[in-house]
Every structure is written in structure tokens, then in C-alpha cells.
Design a binder for this molecule. Structure first.
Ligand code: ADP
Length: 252
């Protein structure tokens, strides 16, 4: 594996406020990389700079071999970003929206095949507002891969979803990665990061305070003598919920 994103000494100031304080990290090609941290840590600022949507104050960012200072257009061609749902024109159905974006990207795409990939082929003639929360997220992820990007950015893709829809989305994210796409994801769900991410960077107050595989970070904590205060049971309430209500998706 080689680095597909390289960030060196990245700084972002908003006026006199330092939102990102000289962070450095690399994302390897083909990995699912999590950017974690409390609200205000600087995650969105960092991602928006890499996505070429925001200017940095200083530092060096390389994306797929292109320097962000020189090749913004090239970078835009190789990344997929979730669009604001306001861009989903209310009068168009899902197939029409995909065809619209396909035209904007100048990238021919088979709308039905793409909807099939995200398990929405039977919703091709429906409007976005007619979808359930999980279906909306799956459609939004589908729009990130229209331009056949090397890297996609997913911002809290499972927030607000029920446990079945979350698991379904994890499968979709894994499927997309299996096709060779690098995925950068933010989430506030640590169980999700643990299951899904090959490596995570934990940000706090504009700095990266840890970066490793979830497994290694947990082992490092345990090695300090940390123990969970509560007895660990063989199952948790989510297991109970899934066991009772099944794995199948609802409102499909
Ligand atoms: P996160 O995504 O981790 O919640 P953000 O990158 O959105 O963090 O924000 C990092 C810090 O920068 C926060 O303190 C936030 O208030 C501040 N910030 C974000 N955007 C702006 C902006 N456009 N102008 C001024 N301050 C901002």
C-alpha cells in the first residue's frame, strides 16, 4: 500500500483562532480511514481542505499524487464528496438525479446499475424525499461514486439510522472499498469506527492525539493497566434489539 493522501503540518486559522494546529498524517490507498473526535476538534475543517472546498492557512496536502496548491481540478476529478441534500432537486426522481449528476461530471453512468449497487433499484422512480433515512444515506453515497473516484469522503453517514440500516450501510461501505476505493469517514460511533476502519486518527482541539488501528489503540490502552469499570457481558442491548427485530431492513 502507498499513501494516497499525505498531509504535512496542516494549519488552519479562522481569524486569530487556530482550528487546525499543524497536523500530519497519511491515508493509504484502499484503506477505510476514520477521522474521530469531539465536536469542534477540527475534523470538518481538515476534510474540507483535503476536498479542496476550503483554503488552508499553511502546510502541504497531496491527494492522489497532486498538490492541492497546484492541481485543484485534478483532485476534484479523483475524489467523491457527499453532496448537500439541497442539491437533490425535489422535482426529479433518483434515476433522473443520477443522470443529472452524470452529465455534470461528464461521466456516463448506468443509473439503474448504480441504484442496484446501493439496493435502491426499486426506488428509481421515487423522489429523494420519499426515501427512509437509511435509503437517503445509501443514495447520497451512490452519488459520491458517480465520477468513479479513487477516494470518497463520508461525513457521519450513519447518524440517525436504526441498527439494521447502520449495518446495511457498513456492508455498502465495505463493498465500495472492495472495488479499490479509499474511504475517509467521520463518525461519532466508536463501535462503528472499531468495526469498519483499518486505522483511525483521533483529533482533539486541532491536533491529532492518536493514530493507529482500532485494535492497536485498544491494546495500548489495556497495556497501561486500564480496565473497564463494568462487567462485560456476552451481549449488549443492541444484540438484543437485532436478535428480536431481525437483520432485515425496514421501510423498504
Ligand atoms: P469538527 O468537524 O471536528 O466538529 P470543525 O472543523 O467544524 O470541527 O470546527 C473546528 C473549530 O473551528 C470549531 O471551534 C469551530 O467553531 C471553528 N470553525 C469552523 N468553521 C469556522 C468558520 N467558518 N469560521 C470560524 N470558525 C470556524
Amino acid at each position: 500500500m502507498s499513501a494516497i493522501i499525505s498531509v504535512k503540518n496542516l494549519v488552519k486559522n479562522y481569524g486569530s483562532f487556530e482550528a487546525v494546529k499543524g497536523i500530519s498524517f497519511e491515508v493509504q490507498e484502499g484503506e477505510i480511514f476514520g477521522l474521530l473526535g469531539p465536536n469542534g476538534a477540527g475534523k470538518s475543517t481538515t476534510l474540507e481542505i483535503i476536498e479542496t472546498l476550503r483554503n488552508k492557512t499553511s502546510g502541504e496536502v497531496m491527494v492522489a499524487g497532486y498538490n492541492i496548491d497546484k492541481n485543484v481540478d485534478k483532485i476534484k476529478q479523483v475524489i467523491g464528496v457527499q453532496l448537500q441534500t439541497s442539491g437533490f432537486y425535489p422535482g426529479l426522481n433518483l434515476a433522473e438525479l443520477i443522470n443529472l449528476f452524470s452529465g455534470l461530471y461528464n461521466e456516463p453512468v448506468d443509473a439503474i446499475a448504480l441504484l442496484k449497487l446501493v439496493n435502491l433499484e426499486d426506488k428509481a422512480r421515487n423522489k429523494f424525499k420519499e426515501l427512509s433515512g437509511g435509503q437517503k444515506q445509501r443514495f447520497s453515497i451512490a452519488t459520491t461514486i458517480i465520477n468513479k473516484p479513487k477516494i470518497i469522503f463520508l461525513d457521519e453517514p450513519t447518524t440517525g439510522l436504526d441498527p439494521q440500516a447502520r449495518r446495511n450501510l457498513w456492508d455498502l461501505i465495505r463493498d465500495i472499498r472492495a472495488k479499490g476505493t479509499t474511504i475517509i469517514i467521520t463518525t461519532h460511533y466508536m463501535d462503528e469506527a472499531e468495526i469498519l476502519c483499518d486505522r483511525v486518527a483521533i483529533m482533539n482541539e486541532g491536533k491529532i492525539i492518536a493514530l493507529n488501528s482500532p485494535d492497536q489503540l485498544i491494546d495500548d490502552l489495556v497495556a497501561t493497566g486500564f480496565e473497564r469499570p463494568k462487567e462485560v457481558k456476552q451481549a449488549n442491548l443492541e444484540d438484543v434489539f437485532i436478535n428480536l427485530t431481525g437483520h432485515a431492513l425496514r421501510s423498504e
